[in-house]
Design a protein around this ligand. Structure first.
Ligand code: NI
Length: 226
C-alpha cells in the first residue's frame, strides 16, 4: 500500500528546513547504506545525530503526530529519526531494498523497517529527474511530490531514485516499525478506519458505528505486536 500524506509540513516550514539544510555540512550518502545499496547510491546526506538533523527531524515528527491519516495508515510503534539527503549533478540511487533492521545511533534501540517514508522538500519544478520509482504489486509507481508532501510505502518494495540532471532535490527519508507488520493487514485496518471516520463525519454515532469501531479495535488487538 502506497499512501500519500499531503502537506505534512507547511510551505513556511519547508522554507525554514531548506534554509537550514543549505547551510549544513553534507557527507557522502554511503554512510548509511548497506553493502548492496552502497554500490547503487550516489547522493549527499546530512550526518546523523547532528544538531541540525535532530532539530529538523523533531519538526517533522511533531507534524506527523498531528496527522490522522499518517497515524491511521502507519500505526507507528517506533520511528527512526528522520535523515536528509540531497541529489544534484546527476546523483541517483539505483534499485535496492532498504535494510530490514536499523539501530538508532547512540542507543540500543533497534527499529524493524516496515514502512519507508520520503518527505519531499524541493518543489518538483526545482529539479529535473529525481523521481522515486517504487515497485508495487500493481507495477512501477513514479512518485514526485510537492514540497511538504510525503509518501509512505512498504519497506519490502524494490525502489530507486532516477538521476537528478538539473537543479537540486532535497528530501527527508526515514523508516518506522509498525504495530502491525503485515502490509496486507495494515491496509485492511486503514480502509476500515477511513470508512468509519467518514461515516462519523456524515451521521451521528449509531449503534452500528459503535459496533464497527469495536470490530476495528478487536482486529487491531489481534494483529498488533508491541
Ligand atoms: Ni531506499
Amino acid at each position: 500500500m502506497l499512501v500519500k500524506i499531503h502537506q505534512v509540513l507547511t510551505k513556511e516550514q519547508v522554507q525554514q528546513a531548506k534554509n537550514i539544510l543549505l547551510d549544513a555540512d553534507w557527507a557522502d550518502g554511503n554512510v548509511t547504506a548497506g553493502y548492496q545499496s552502497a554500490k547503487a547510491k550516489n547522493n549527499l546526506q546530512l550526518l546523523e545525530g547532528t544538531e541540525v538533523a535532530n532539530q529538523l527531524g523533531d519538526m517533522i515528527l511533531a507534524a506527523l503526530a498531528k496527522s490522522n491519516q499518517f497515524m491511521s495508515a502507519a500505526l507507528p510503534l517506533k520511528i527512526f529519526p528522520p535523515l536528509f539527503n540531497c541529489y544534484q549533478g546527476g546523483g541517483s540511487f539505483g534499485v535496492h531494498v532498504d535494510n530490514a533492521i536499523r539501530q538508532v545511533p547512540g542507543t540500543p534501540v533497534k527499529v524493524r523497517t516496515d514502512l519507508s517514508m520520503t518527505l519531499f522538500l524541493s518543489e518538483p519544478e526545482e529539479y529535473e529527474g529525481g523521481e522515486l520509482i517504487i515497485e508495487d504489486t500493481y507495477g512501477s509507481q513514479t512518485v514526485k511530490l510537492a514540497a511538504g508532501d510525503m509518501i509512505l510505502y512498504p519497506s519490502t518494495s524494490l525502489h530507486r531514485v532516477t538521476p537528478v540532471t538539473k537543479g537540486r532535490r532535497l528530501a527527508s527519508f526515514f523508516w518506522l516499525q509498525s504495530l502491525v507488520s503485515s502490509d496486507e493487514k495494515r491496509a485492511i485496518l486503514f480502509d476500515m478506519d477511513t470508512a468509519i471516520q467518514s461515516l462519523r463525519s456524515q451521521i451521528d454515532d449509531s449503534p452500528e458505528i459503535v459496533q464497527l469501531t469495536g470490530v476495528y479495535h478487536n482486529l487491531l488487538r489481534q494483529w498488533a505486536q508491541t
